[in-house]
Design a binder for this molecule. Structure first.
Ligand SMILES: [Zn+2]
Length: 333
C-alpha cells in the first residue's frame, strides 16, 4: 500500500508544521514534479492505481490548505502587538447633570456663586417671607406637597420646596450685607405630571442685590445667558406679569430656536416663554434684613428641564422622557 503509506506520512508531517514556510517545503517534497508522490506512482501500474493517485493528491492538497488557514488565523490573533485594543463602552453624565453643570458655568462667568438651600423647608422661606402670607390666593398657583410633621411656632409648616426662591431670604440672612450674586440650583416639587411637568424637577434661581440695581441689569444678565445657552442669534424680551415677590414682575421670552423667531407650529408667535423674573419686592428685602431704601435687586427662577427641552436641535416634546430609563433616548446626549 505505498500510496496509503505516503498519504499518512504526509498528513502527519503537515499537522506538525508551525509556519507557512515549512508547509511550502512539504508541498514541494510531496506534490512537486520530482516529489515523492510522483516518484512512488512511477513504479505503480497506472491503470489500477490512477484513482488512488488522484485521491491521495487531493487529500494532501486539502491538508496543506487547512493547515495554512490554521497557521495564519492563529498568527494574527497571537502576535499583532500593535493592534489597538477594544475599549469598554463608556457611559456619560445624565443630560440633566450636564445641563446643571453648563448653567453653573455660564453664571459663574458673571460672578454668581452657586449655593444650595434645603429642598424640604419651612413655609416661612417658601411663601411667607416672599410676600405670600397664609391664605393669600397666590399660593394656589403652587401645587404644594406638605410634610406631615408638627409646625414650627414661627416658621410654620414644612413643605417640599415648590421653587428655588426659598433661597432668596436664606441667602440675604447668610450674607447680611450686599452685594449678593446667588445662583441657587436644586430640586423642586409640585403636585403635577404631564408632558411638560414632572413632580420633581430642577430650578435655577438667580438673585442679585446691591446699590443701584435696575431692570437693565436683569435684561443684560438674561441676554447673556440666552446667548450662551441658545446661541448667538437669540433675542429676549420681557413682558409685564405678576408675582408676589417681585415688583415689577416679568415673564421672559426668547426667540424660538426652531424657526429663529419667524413663527412655526412649535412656537406659533416666534417667541417661547422660558420663565419668570422681576425686581425683588421691598418686602422681601426687608424680610431678609436688607434695607430696601438703600438696596435693590433682581431675581429670576427657571426650570432646568424647561431650558433644556428648548435647546436648539432638541425640542423635547415630553420631559418625562428625561426621567425614564429609556436608553435609546438617553444615549443621544
Ligand atoms: Zn418657532
Amino acid at each position: 500500500m505505498p500510496l496509503l503509506n505516503l498519504k499518512n506520512q504526509a498528513l502527519a508531517l503537515i499537522s506538525q508544521t508551525v509556519s507557512g514556510q515549512e508547509l511550502a517545503q512539504l508541498r514541494i517534497a510531496f506534490l512537486g514534479r520530482k516529489g515523492q508522490l510522483n516518484q512512488v506512482f512511477k513504479k505503480l501500474d497506472k491503470v489500477n492505481y490512477g484513482r488512488q493517485f488522484n485521491e491521495t493528491k487531493q487529500a494532501i492538497e486539502s491538508a496543506l490548505t487547512e493547515r495554512q488557514t490554521q497557521l495564519t488565523g492563529t498568527t494574527a490573533e497571537w502576535f499583532d502587538l500593535t493592534a489597538p485594543g477594544q475599549l469598554p463602552p463608556l457611559g456619560h453624565l445624565h443630560p440633566i447633570s450636564q445641563a446643571i453643570a453648563e448653567i453653573q458655568r455660564i453664571f459663574e462667568h458673571l460672578g454668581f456663586t452657586r449655593v444650595r438651600y434645603p429642598e424640604v423647608d419651612w413655609d416661612h422661606y417658601v411663601f411667607e417671607a416672599l410676600n405670600m402670607p397664609a391664605d393669600h390666593p397666590a399660593r394656589d398657583e403652587w401645587e404644594t406637597i406638605f410634610i406631615d410633621a408638627p409646625a414650627h411656632p414661627k416658621l410654620g409648616q414644612m413643605v417640599l420646596t415648590t421653587h428655588t426662591s426659598n433661597g432668596q431670604v436664606r441667602e440675604m440672612e447668610r450674607v447680611k450685607k450686599p452685594p449678593i450674586r446667588m445662583l441657587n440650583l436644586g430640586k423642586c416639587y409640585r403636585r403635577q405630571q404631564d408632558p411638560t411637568h414632572t413632580i420633581m424637577f430642577h430650578q435655577f434661581e438667580g438673585l442679585v442685590v446691591d446699590k443701584g440695581i435696575s431692570i437693565p441689569h436683569l435684561k443684560g444678565t438674561l441676554d447673556y445667558f440666552g446667548r450662551q445657552w441658545f446661541g448667538p442669534k437669540i433675542k429676549s424680551r420681557i413682558r409685564p406679569f405678576h408675582f408676589q415677590f417681585t415688583e415689577p414682575s416679568f415673564e421672559v421670552d426668547f426667540t424660538c430656536t426652531a424657526c429663529n423667531g419667524r413663527g412655526c407650529r412649535f412656537c406659533k408667535s416666534g417667541w417661547v416663554e422660558v420663565g419668570g423674573a422681576g425686581m425683588v419686592h421691598p418686602k422681601v428685602l426687608s424680610a431678609g434684613g436688607i434695607d430696601p431704601k438703600k438696596y435693590s435687586g433682581f431675581a429670576f427662577g427657571w426650570g432646568v428641564e424647561r431650558v433644556l427641552r428648548l435647546k436648539p436641535g432638541l425640542n423635547i416634546d415630553d420631559i418625562r422622557l428625561l426621567y425614564s430609563t429609556n436608553q435609546e433616548f438617553l444615549n443621544q446626549f
